[in-house]
Design a protein around this ligand. Structure first.
Ligand code: XMP
Length: 525
C-alpha cells in the first residue's frame, strides 16, 4: 500500500503521480474545464491558487504550468498576480487569456486596457504559426472572452496569430519555453483547442500521458484504507445519488464489512429507486442498512405548504433518523461523503491544507463529530461516473439525473399526501420512460413531472371531468446554476400527454414548462 508522498501531504492530498501539469487559477469561468481537458489527455492536473508560493510548485512533479483566464483587467486595483519568481521556473508555461496578458506585461510587451472587448466566436488568422499550431489551417474558429489585449509582443516573442480585433492572439518564445493564446482552447467552441492543449502537453512539456482512471481507483481505495486504518469503522449516508453511491463503493472496497451504509427511505423517492439502490449494493457485497422512515416523514409534512418549511422539516427528520440509526454500531469515528473536486475548489482550492467540506451528502451537518472521509475530492463529476462503472455500479445508477434531497415533496405544490405522492410518482415514471425510450434524455440535465395542484375541466369518454394538471419539465444545463428549457419534439410531448391522461384517471390536462433559469428555478419549489 503506497504511503502519501511529501508533496502530496503538503498540498493536502491528491494522487501520487510521476507527472503533472498544474493550472493556476486567476478566476476565469472555464478554469475547471482546463484542468479536466488536461486530464482527458492522460496527464494529471490540479487547479491551484494564483499566488501559490513558487516553493510549493517546486515540490510537485510539475512538467508544465498553465496560467488561466480571469475576469479582471491586469490593471485593476485588485488584479491577481502570481508569485514574481514564477517566471524563473524552467518548466514550459502556457498563458490563456488573462495568462497571456500577464506574460506579455512581465516580459516587456504592451497591454492595452479594455477598450476593445471581444466576446464570442472569432476567426483566428494564423500568421506565423509556431509549435502549438502545426495542425491548424490558415483560418480557424476560436472562442474569445477578454477586455484587455496585447498590442506589442515582448522582445524575443514571435507572434503566431491574430483576429480582426486582436493583433496578438497567440505568441511564443521557444528559448524561454513561454507560450500564450488570447482565445480559450479549452471550450468546445474552439474546435481545434484540444489539439493545441495536447501539443502543449506532449510536444512542449514532454508528458507521457499515461494517467488513467483505471489506475487511480486503486489509489482511491488505498487512501481510504490509510485514513481509516486497519481497525476503525466508517458509516456512509446513501442518498440514492451518484456521488454518495460511488464514494460508498470506493470505501466499501477499502473497508469491507467495516463500512456501514445507511439508506433512509423517506418515501419521497421515485418509482423503483429504493430497490435499485439496495440491489446495486447487494451485488457489490456492501452492507446497506435500509431504514423505512416513510410514515414518519409523511407525518412531519402533514399540512405543510410552504416550500422552505418542507425542506427544513425533511432535512431535520433526515438528520434525526441518521443519528438514531448510526448508534447501532456504537461510536463510529469516520463518515464517508461524496464531496467532489469542484466543491473543494469552490471552498478554497485543493492546494490549501485546511480544506473545509463544502457540502454534505444528505444535508448532514459537520457537528455530527465524525472525521470526514472524502475519496472523490480530487475528481470531477464525469470522472466519478467512470470510477463508479469501474467499481461495478450499474449504468442506471451512475448516469441517473440529479434528484433533489427533499425528493418528490418539492414537486408537489401544496400539501404532501400519500395520494398526491403516488400520482406524481406515477406521472414521473411515465415522463422518464418516454423520454428515455426516445433517446432524448442524453441531451438533458433533468426531466420530470410536477403536480402543481391546479384543477381544470376536461372531458373523458362522454363525461365531464375536473381533474389534476401535470406539468412536464425538461431542461438542459451544464451545472444546474442556469438552465434552458428543452425543445422536446412535438410527437414526444404528445405521447407523454396522451399516456398521462390515459393511464392516470385523475389527470385531465398536461402542460409543458418553457421557462429558463433564471428567472425560474429548475424545481418548482
Ligand atoms: P434549482 O431548483 O435551485 O435546482 O434551480 C438546481 C439543481 O439542484 C437540485 N436541487 C437540489 N438538490 N437538495 C439537492 O440535493 C436540494 O434541496 C435541492 N434543490 C434543488 C435540482 O434538482 C437541480 O438539479
Amino acid at each position: 500500500m503506497p504511503e502519501a508522498t511529501d508533496e502530496q501531504k503538503k498540498r493536502g492530498g491528491g494522487f501520487i503521480e510521476s507527472e503533472m501539469v498544474a493550472v493556476l487559477d486567476f478566476g476565469g469561468q472555464y478554469n475547471q474545464l482546463i484542468c479536466r481537458r488536461i486530464r482527458e489527455c492522460g496527464v494529471y492536473s490540479e487547479l491551484l491558487p494564483a499566488d501559490l508560493p513558487v516553493e510549493k510548485l517546486r515540490d510537485l512533479p510539475l512538467k508544465g504550468l498553465i496560467l488561466s483566464g480571469g475576469p479582471k483587467s491586469i490593471y485593476a486595483k485588485d488584479a491577481l498576480y502570481p508569485d514574481p519568481s514564477l517566471w524563473e521556473l524552467e518548466v514550459p508555461i502556457l498563458g490563456i487569456c488573462y495568462g497571456l496578458q500577464l506574460m506579455a506585461q512581465h516580459y516587456g510587451g504592451k497591454v492595452a486596457g479594455g477598450e476593445h472587448a471581444e466576446y464570442g466566436p472569432a476567426s483566428l488568422h494564423i500568421t506565423h504559426g509556431g509549435p502549438l499550431f502545426s495542425d491548424w489551417g490558415a483560418e480557424e474558429p476560436v472562442w474569445m472572452s477578454h477586455g484587455d489585449r496585447v498590442l506589442v509582443a515582448p522582445p524575443g516573442f514571435v507572434v503566431d496569430a491574430q483576429t480582426q480585433e486582436t493583433p496578438i492572439a497567440a505568441m511564443h518564445d521557444t528559448q524561454r519555453k513561454r507560450y500564450a493564446v488570447q482565445f480559450h482552447p479549452e471550450v468546445s467552441q474552439t474546435p481545434k483547442g484540444m489539439q493545441l492543449i495536447r501539443r502543449f502537453l506532449m510536444d512542449i512539456c514532454h508528458c507521457q500521458g499515461e494517467w488513467r482512471l483505471e489506475d487511480v481507483v486503486q489509489q482511491l481505495v488505498d487512501q481510504v484504507r490509510i485514513q481509516v486504518g486497519e481497525q476503525e469503522e466508517a458509516i456512509c449516508a446513501l442518498s440514492g445519488g451518484v456521488d454518495s453511491a460511488v464514494a460508498a463503493a470506493v470505501a466499501g472496497r477499502a473497508l469491507g464489512d467495516r463500512l456501514h451504509c445507511i439508506f433512509v427511505d423517506h418515501g419521497l423517492l421515485r418509482e423503483g429507486e429504493a430497490t435499485q439502490v439496495l440491489e446495486s449494493f447487494a451485488r457489490l457485497h456492501i452492507e446497506v442498512h435500509y431504514v423505512d422512515a416513510r410514515e414518519s416523514f409523511l407525518r412531519q409534512l402533514e399540512g405543510v405548504v410552504d416550500p422552505e418549511e418542507k425542506r427544513k422539516r425533511i432535512g431535520a427528520a433526515f438528520i434525526r433518523t441518521f443519528e438514531v440509526e448510526a448508534k447501532r454500531w456504537g461510536e463510529v469515528p469516520f463518515l464517508v461523503q461524496g464531496t467532489l473536486y469542484p466543491d473543494v475548489i469552490e471552498s478554497g482550492s485543493g492546494a490549501s491544507a485546511t480544506i473545509k467540506s463544502h457540502h454534505n451528502v444528505g444535508g448532514l451537518p459537520e457537528d455530527l463529530h465524525f472525521s470526514l472521509v472524502e475519496p472523490l475530492r480530487w475528481l470531477f463529476k464525469d470522472e466519478v461516473r467512470q470510477v463508479g462503472l469501474l467499481l461495478g455500479l450499474p449504468e442506471t445508477l451512475v448516469w441517473r439525473q440529479p434528484f433533489p434531497g427533499p425528493g418528490l415533496a418539492i414537486r408537489i405544490i401544496g400539501t404532501v399526501t400519500p395520494q398526491r405522492l403516488q400520482l406524481v410518482r406515477q406521472a414521473d415514471a411515465i415522463v422518464r420512460e418516454e423520454i428515455e425510450a426516445s433517446g432524448y434524455h442524453r441531451q438533458l440535465w433533468q426531466y420530470f413531472a410536477v403536480l402543481p395542484g391546479i384543477r381544470s375541466v376536461g372531458v373523458k369518454g362522454d363525461a365531464r371531468t375536473y381533474g389534476e394538471t401535470i406539468a412536464v419539465r425538461a431542461v438542459r444545463s451544464q451545472d444546474g446554476m442556469t438552465a434552458e428549457w428543452a425543445p422536446l419534439p412535438p410527437a414526444l410531448l404528445a405521447k407523454i400527454a396522451q399516456r398521462l391522461c390515459n393511464e392516470l384517471p385523475e389527470v385531465s390536462r398536461v402542460v409543458y414548462d418553457i421557462t429558463t433559469k433564471p428567472p425560474a428555478t429548475v424545481e418548482w419549489e
